[in-house]
Design a protein around this ligand. Structure first.
Ligand code: PHE
Length: 353
């Protein structure tokens, strides 16, 4: 074959190979085959010296043209392939921003803590201070100083959890241990009166324990908010007004509230306060034991004997006290038919609040 035809062949075939090369590696192989040290075009350029003198300029010119054409085709293809490879790489490594993020579960206050805070807020907004007291109490603070006589049924094993006293002696039998889990927050009244001088306007929220079987309206561990006011000239009218104000604030003006005479060893006179049942709207249901009312608190005028135990002059001061069941307030607030829902820890229930 004449050299000029050979050049034509190299050009045609190489351009075809260049445009069909699918990767930079393949393209480089094409380049080496033609322009490499032993490449087809290199061989022709090397053998130029053996050509006839009249052929040299023609073949030389053509060979250079072919080399330039091939080189620029290689270069263009190189660029295109490089760009495609980069695109492919970017695509492969790309972040899929449409993937939904991982949801972080954020904790929140338990319903009981929320209600407790709301209740404290109502009292602090009218000048009360919030105090705390121990959950493990002595018999003296839970009973004796609250004028609860030795033979009062509230002292029996039926109601109270006695604990081993700190000497390590087994003391679970009534009368053998002075240490107990408080059955009421009323002991905080005694601590407060021992430590503060009147006027006293305080509330104290916290857990209390009773040997009760859990049912829709009772739990063996629950929370109370104790309240105590000691000042000159405090009357039962102040107690009623304060508790009516509290009930309207927490339950709304449409709920009915009633005071019933009652007995507590540490208040005289005493009352219990009921709120109309929100589950049945007073019609009667399981939650209100078919009475239409839920008892939410006990209250009364501080018995002068209690003042004497704590060193406050009953001739000078009078006062009132109250103890509100926080779980019952929560249940009435949200019309929960069963207090046990509050302690079962079912997130489907708790997440609603
Ligand atoms: N401690 C009483 C109870 O647990 C409630 C109460 C508190 C009553 C203060 C009167 C005064 O039932």
């Amino acid at each position: 074959m004449a050299v000029i035809d050979e050049l034509q062949d190299i050009e045609t075939q190489t351009l075809a190979k260049v445009s069909s090369a699918q990767s930079l590696k393949e393209l480089d192989e094409v380049r080496v085959d033609v322009l490499g040290r032993k490449g087809s075009l290199t061989n022709i350029l090397k053998s130029m010296s053996s050509l006839a003198p009249e052929e040299k300029p023609i073949i030389g010119k053509r060979a250079n043209e072919v080399r330039k054409t091939i080189e620029s085709a290689l270069e263009a293809r190189h660029e295109a392939l490089e760009e495609a490879e980069l695109d492919a790489q970017i695509e492969a490594q790309a972040l899929d921003i449409t993937l939904p993020g991982r949801h972080k579960v954020v904790g929140s206050q338990h319903l009981i803590s929320q209600i407790e805070e709301q209740m404290c807020d109502i009292f602090t907004s009218i000048g009360y201070k919030v105090y705390d007291g121990p959950q493990v109490e002595t018999d003296y603070y839970n009973f004796t100083a609250l004028n609860t006589p030795e033979d009062h049924p509230a002292r029996g094993m039926a109601d109270t959890f006695y604990v081993h006293d700190l000497s390590g002696e087994q003391s679970r039998v009534k009368g053998e241990s002075d240490v107990l889990l408080r059955t009421q927050t009323s002991g905080v009244q005694v601590h407060t009166m021992e430590n503060l001088k009147p006027p006293i306007y305080m509330v104290a929220p916290g857990r209390v324990y009773r040997r009760d079987v859990a049912d829709p309206t009772h739990l063996p561990m629950f929370n109370q908010l104790e309240g105590l006011v000691v000042d000159e000239g405090i009357t039962f009218g102040d107690l009623k007004g304060t508790l009516e104000y509290f009930c309207k604030e927490i339950f709304g003006a449409d709920r009915k509230v009633r005071f019933r005479p009652h007995f507590f060893p540490f208040t005289e006179p005493s009352a219990e306060v009921d709120v109309s049942c929100g589950v049945c709207h007073g019609e009667g249901c399981r939650f209100c034991s078919h009475t239409g009312w839920i008892e939410v608190l006990g209250a009364g005028m501080v018995d002068p004997k209690v003042f004497e135990f704590s060193g406050i002059d009953p001739e000078k001061y009078t006062g009132f006290a109250f103890g509100i069941g926080i779980e019952r307030v929560a249940a009435l607030h949200y019309n929960l038919p069963d207090l046990r829902m509050l302690v079962e820890g079912d997130m489907r229930f708790l997440n609603q609040f």
